[in-house]
Design a protein around this ligand. Structure first.
Ligand code: AMP
Length: 218
């Protein structure tokens, strides 16, 4: 089960990746999470990307491809993986094709989750994250106090990402439409591409994704 989840920030890629990871026991490879962990560690890489990320801009293709190739070569990726937030540019998609060819000609299923920009801004400005285990929360119908401690790990470190401010979200959406959305055409032309309505409930989106695999097995 090799999956690319495509879609703008805030469409639910992280939530769906985590559900797929739990259900199928395959790793979620989120380039954003990998980079955030480096920033937290204050590593050389983390220092290089910290401001780029805070500004909502994209990290260089070469750097991202190096990170992804190293990660996909690890043993836990052999039976499957979910790519979340990668690829984000045509050169990244081309680089990924090369990596997959080297990794025994793996073929991926590409699933786009689509949501309109107004809904994304609403979702992301209210998104909160557990700093310890990464569980995603929303303060849309709750206060921050209701979310503490984290229901999964008990941590009190529930925070707002630096790039989840309205101004930076609008910038990230602009970059998505200009640079990442062309991947839809790229993957449609390749064949195994599917689009899902991300305005449905989390459970409905998961059911649609499961349906894509059920069809393949029948
Ligand atoms: P995300 O958690 O996927 O929203 O990513 C957060 C930030 O990490 C992005 O706004 C970029 O600065 C950086 N980033 C994550 N994935 C990529 C990627 N595939 N290409 C370039 N930059 C990325």
């Amino acid at each position: 089960m090799y999956i690319i989840l495509l879609g703008a920030p805030g469409v639910g890629k992280g939530t769906q990746s985590k559900r797929l990871m739990t259900k199928h026991g395959i790793p979620q490879i989120s380039t954003g999470d990998i980079l955030r962990a480096e920033v937290k560690k204050e590593s050389t890489l983390g220092k290089r990307v910290k401001e780029i990320m805070a500004n909502g801009e994209l990290v260089s293709d070469d750097l991202i491809l190096e990170i992804v190739e190293r990660r996909l070569s690890q043993a836990d990726c052999a039976a499957g993986f979910i790519l979340d937030g990668f690829p984000r540019t045509i050169p990244q998609a081309e680089g990924l094709d090369e990596i997959l060819r080297r990794l025994d000609n793996i073929s991926v299923k590409v699933i786009e989750i689509s949501v309109d920009d107004a809904e994304i801004i609403k979702r992301l400005t209210s998104r909160r994250v557990c700093g310890n285990c990464g569980t995603l929360y929303s303060i849309l119908n709750k206060t921050l106090a209701d979310l503490i401690p984290c229901e999964k790990c008990g941590s009190k470190d529930i925070f707002q990402r630096r790039d989840d401010t309205e101004e930076t979200i609008k910038k990230r959406l602009g970059i998505y439409h200009e640079t990442t959305a062309p991947l839809i055409g790229y993957y449609k032309a390749k064949g195994d591409f599917h689009s899902i309505n991300g305005l449905q409930t989390v459970e409905e989106v998961s059911a649609d994704i499961a349906g894509l695999f059920a069809k393949q097995l029948t």
